[in-house]
Design a protein around this ligand. Structure first.
Ligand SMILES: Cc1cc2nc3c(=O)[nH]c(=O)nc-3n(C[C@H](O)[C@H](O)[C@H](O)COP(=O)(O)OP(=O)(O)OC[C@H]3O[C@@H](n4cnc5c(N)ncnc54)[C@H](O)[C@@H]3O)c2cc1C
Length: 391
């Protein structure tokens, strides 16, 4: 069956959810990314998994989006969220109207998984970005059940996960609203696991209770503050010094993220949410340093939900070219790091230290960047020296 071993498989879980005999399991590949594995004994070769796989055949019917800036008026909510609280605004509206929301939470082992919420308390666990590939688990099946029982469902996730859900459902539902993230790409769950283990060892701690990659303790901005909570202490880490976030800058991403067919305009979901990077260049007065979102309204369904949250959010239309200027992941994939495969191989297969590998490979890319800045005669001189050394 071809759903196994697809180079650009995103691990969305559509094939796993659709398999009528439970022959597919989602498990980490050699680098820790969720991928389908087929139990040949159970498989009946019905071909359903291949038929619904969204790779190669997903088409978005959305048009060019309308871009808005969004700030949730309730600061106590906004401060818990990564940006301006766009997700919470839409999700609270759905819950208050009796609907259900699907999004990503940390489970008890601090592993990112999709979950279902029908109360505000359950919803709050979905707030803020878990910068790692999340496991959609059985949620596509639960979404279908909810939709068919007439409930309004909001499903949020990366563009590939939304494409996976839509492919799994195989028909349009008026009561489904989808929200995709502007997506830089998803790091490997195994890299996060390594980071957690090295963190615990270094700090002589037993286990991690929570990770917030986007704490606003020092305000909102491109420089992230990472909070790691253990039983004993709360660690506040400058994002630029965190090995994990350094690797997020393209060393630890999934292969499919570097040639993503879903992360583009027209967008996959009804609504797209992200950070309003570059807000200061556009209008400094919009930025109070507590977080501001960018929202793309991709179709009429998105427009209808936006109308319902007008009274709880500050909204302003922004030209699309302004929001994409500092946020290229709205319309394109991230660029691959030259040594991503070597890095993943050393950390995940050879079990080398994450910290030392990140340090070494980021140093290599710094050297390459500096080399590119040199005038041609200096580059020729270095090449001449290297050739001489090799002889
Ligand atoms: C891996 C990743 C890469 C991102 N890259 C960019 C980027 O390049 N540019 C940009 O502007 N924004 C990016 N974002 C989105 C950004 O970090 C914020 O999530 C977004 O601005 C929404 O913020 P908020 O305040 O509205 O909502 P929040 O309350 O922060 O909402 C969190 C939302 O994100 C979802 N979510 C959290 N973790 C995951 C996950 N691992 N997988 C799928 N869904 C998840 C939750 O289900 C919820 O819907 C990325 C997010 C993730 C998870």
């Amino acid at each position: 069956m071809q759903v196994e071993n697809k180079k650009l498989c995103t691990g969305c879980g559509a094939c796993y959810n659709v398999c009528p005999v439970g022959a597919i399991i989602m498990q980490g590949d050699e680098f820790g990314f969720y991928k389908p594995t087929i139990d040949k004994e159970k498989c009946t070769n019905c071909g359903l998994c291949e038929k619904i796989c969204p790779l190669d055949k997903f088409i978005s019917n959305n048009k060019e989006p309308k871009a808005m800036s969004l700030v949730h008026k309730d600061d106590s909510v906004r401060l818990k969220c990564a940006s301006g609280g766009a997700f919470s605004a839409f999700a609270i509206q759905i819950i208050n109207n009796g609907g259900v929301v699907y999004g990503v939470v940390w489970n008890e082992n601090i592993v990112a998984v999709h979950d279902r919420a029908e109360t505000i308390e359950q919803l709050e666990k979905m707030y803020t970005s878990k910068y790692v590939q999340a496991n959609t688990k059985d949620t596509f099946k639960y979404v279908k059940k909810d939709l068919e029982s007439g409930k309004t469902v909001l499903f949020s996730g990366t563009p590939c996960q939304i494409a996976g859900l839509k492919a799994y459902l195989r028909k349009e539902y008026d009561n489904l609203i989808t929200v995709d993230l502007v997506c830089h790409g998803t790091p490997s769950p195994l890299i996060l696991e390594k980071y957690k283990q090295e963190f615990l060892k270094e700090n002589n701690e037993e286990n991690i209770l929570n990770i917030n990659f986007r704490s606003k303790k020092r305000g909102w901005g491109a420089f992230y503050t990472l909070i790691i909570q253990t039983k004993n202490k709360e660690y506040c880490i400058d994002g630029s010094k965190s090995t994990y976030l350094q690797a997020f800058g393209n060393l630890s991403l999934n292969t499919s993220c570097l040639d993503c067919i879903f992360n583009k305009i027209p967008r996959v979901a009804d609504i797209t949410i992200g950070d309003f990077w570059g807000v200061d260049e556009y209008d400094k007065s919009l930025n109070d340093k507590k977080g501001i979102s960018i929202v793309l309204i991709n179709n009429q369904k998105g427009q209808n939900l936006l109308k319902q949250i007008e009274n709880i959010c500050k909204l302003q239309e922004i030209p699309l070219e302004v929001v994409i200027k500092r946020n290229p992941n709205i319309y394109s994939s991230s660029k691959p790091h030259k040594y991503r495969v070597e890095f993943l191989n050393e950390v995940c297969v050879e079990n080398k230290s994450l910290k030392s590998c990140v340090k070494r490979y980021n140093k290599v890319s710094l050297h390459i960047a500096l080399y590119r800045l040199l005038p041609q005669f200096a580059k020729n001189f270095i090449k001449y020296k290297i050739l001489k050394m090799e002889k």
